[in-house]
Design a protein. Structure first.
Length: 259
């Protein structure tokens, strides 16, 4: 499989994304001494009871600039699109973590939970419609967060993985997994990597295991091998690009409610 550099331009944001980024306010959030940058979109209607969307970036967007998490890829701002907002008005919060941290570690899991609750209160959102999505390291973090916190109405982890522990704790959350079959960075099946203590299972295996456990609302989109490269000139890890344009996934997410 080729290197990232074999697919030049995949990370270049569109002009539309640049315009949407300008709609996001800058802030910071502190939890247990951890302070990180936050970008958030507040629906301008002033209405209470709107949904809240949490977006978690991948490892390529870490930093302290408080910009990369939404500026690097179009997927971070798709729900701020004016057409989407006209039909599905919502608020969006996109935190950024610095080098040396990861969404899946305990302090960052708690950070995301506290951040979610803080902005849910700040923006007076519909607590039954809090959604979370993200790609790569963000998706890995989401799956860890869902095992610990039961507050999200739906989750869309894109090209993510998790370990085999406590999979039953994912049964309470509607999940739509998204992955390319030939992703070499985070594999869709089972794999081992040096920086994870336990073997990881990718989206395909997660989907199969959760179905076996009786998950009532689990879905999975797998992009067939070579399609990312041949049709879109994208690295196979970049399945978030396709998810961001997938109306069915986005509509499904916004149709979920926490009971």
């Amino acid at each position: 499989m080729g290197k990232w550099t074999d697919f030049p331009g995949w990370a270049v944001p569109s002009e539309e994304n640049k315009s949407r980024c300008a709609l996001f306010k800058k802030s910071r959030f502190v939890c247990n001494g951890v302070e990180n940058g936050i970008r958030y979109y507040e629906n301008p209607s002033g209405k209470s009871g709107l949904p809240l969307v949490i977006f978690l970036h991948g490892a390529d967007a870490f930093g302290t600039d408080n910009e990369g998490q939404i500026a690097l890829h179009d997927v971070a701002t798709v729900f701020a699109d004016s057409k989407w907002q006209s039909i599905h008005p919502c608020h969006i919060v996109a935190p950024q973590y610095p080098r040396g941290r990861h969404w899946a570690i305990p302090t960052m899991r708690k950070y995301v939970y506290e951040l979610t609750m803080e902005y849910a209160d700040k923006l007076s959102v519909d607590m039954s419609r809090i959604y979370i999505y993200g790609y790569s390291a963000g998706a890995i973090g989401i799956l860890s967060i869902l095992k610990e916190y039961d507050i999200y109405a739906a989750a869309v982890p894109i090209c993510g993985s998790t370990d085999k522990k406590d999979l039953d704790k994912l049964l309470h959350t509607p999940i739509w997994l998204y992955h390319a079959e030939d992703d070499p960075m985070v594999k869709a099946d089972e794999f081992e990597v040096v920086f994870y203590k336990d073997p990881q299972i990718g989206s395909r295996v997660i989907y199969e295991r959760l179905r076996e456990l009786g998950h009532k609302n689990i879905r999975y989109t797998e992009i067939e091998a070579d399609k990312m490269k041949s049709e879109y000139s994208l690295h196979p890890h970049c399945s978030w690009v396709l998810m961001g344009e997938d109306k069915a996934v986005k509509e499904w997410m916004f149709n979920q409610r926490k009971h």
